[in-house]
Write a protein that binds this ligand. Structure first.
Ligand code: NAP
Length: 247
């Protein structure tokens, strides 16, 4: 398979380039960064694009790839409902093209989200604390948003009442930002890569589910699963867990 990387000079893109070069079944067809022409995707015969750019750049890249029949594996974060709807409408005109949007390629992180979704049915309270390196431009992280959405859906399904919270006065932001039902607290500091704790509480007990990405190479097994499965799954897929059943 001929695979190109967009954002190839970035932290994640550079790891993706290395992982593709190390995989015997994949050929790196192009490694493009800001300012490079996307026409190279077509001239190099690229079949799959991996995008690790920025929330501002990604939609233009995906539009170009999809219009040219190229499958897309997307790690760039910042996908809200309106971006996903736009993507669905682009894909509807190219029904053979597959698109994977993966808020987190860490296999442990995907499991953390699934375990959290399961636990959500059993605890009255839940909050998320996520910790990332100081260069991260968006808050909360895509992983935290996705986890909070999955927990909110599980709480809704099991008809959980509102969480207990007696706060009467607060400094703005002290109780975090809410995603669905769930308060999310974002910490940015040198020394971190990507980490998340999901803290559940009920009478007399707490349960903490924690995932740590120690380095960016840890995301690459998940990126390779995405690359190897995207062409078999036309249309939009959100979440790597949808490809992990066949592992
Ligand atoms: P980064 O180091 O800033 O890399 C982004 C790279 O993309 C930079 O080299 C940037 O160039 C380049 N770029 C910007 N616009 C472009 C365009 N239109 N075409 C081609 N390249 C372009 O960021 P990062 O840490 O690698 O993270 C990239 C994205 O992945 C972020 O959204 C981050 O949140 C996300 N992420 C996802 C996962 C996951 O598992 N899904 C894990 C980690 C990070 P300039 O520097 O010149 O602007």
């Amino acid at each position: 398979m001929k695979v190109a990387v967009l954002g190839a000079k970035g932290r994640m893109g550079a790891e993706a380039v290395a992982a593709i070069n190390a995989a015997s079944d994949l050929t790196l067809s192009a490694a493009l960064d800001l300012g490079d022409s996307l026409d190279q995707l077509v001239s190099s015969g690229t079949e799959i694009v991996v995008d690790f750019t920025t929330p501002d750049s990604v939609m233009k890249n995906l539009e170009f790839a999809i219009q040219n029949g190229i499958h897309v594996v997307v790690g760039t974060t910042g996908f809200d409902e309106s971006k996903l709807n736009l993507l669905k409408s682009m894909l509807s005109k190219h029904p053979k093209v597959g698109a994977l949007i993966a808020p987190n390629f860490g296999l442990g992180a995907v499991l953390m989200m699934q375990f959290s979704q399961t636990a959500a049915k059993y605890f009255e309270s839940v909050e998320i604390v996520e910790m990332h390196h100081a260069h991260k431009v968006d808050a909360p992280s895509g992983t935290a948003i996705r986890t909070a959405e999955m927990i909110t859906a599980a709480r809704k399904q099991s008809k959980k009442p509102a969480m207990p919270d007696s706060t009467k006065s607060e400094i703005a932001g002290a109780r975090g930002g809410k995603v669905g039902d769930v308060p999310v607290h974002s910490i940015r500091s040198h020394g971190y890569v990507a980490h998340q704790e999901v803290i559940f509480g009920d009478l007399g007990e707490t349960l903490t589910i924690r995932h740590d990405s120690i380095n960016r190479a840890g995301f690459m097994p998940g990126v390779l699963i995405g690359i190897r499965n995207v062409a078999k799954n036309p249309g939009l897929t959100v979440g790597l867990e949808n490809y992990m059943g066949g592992m």
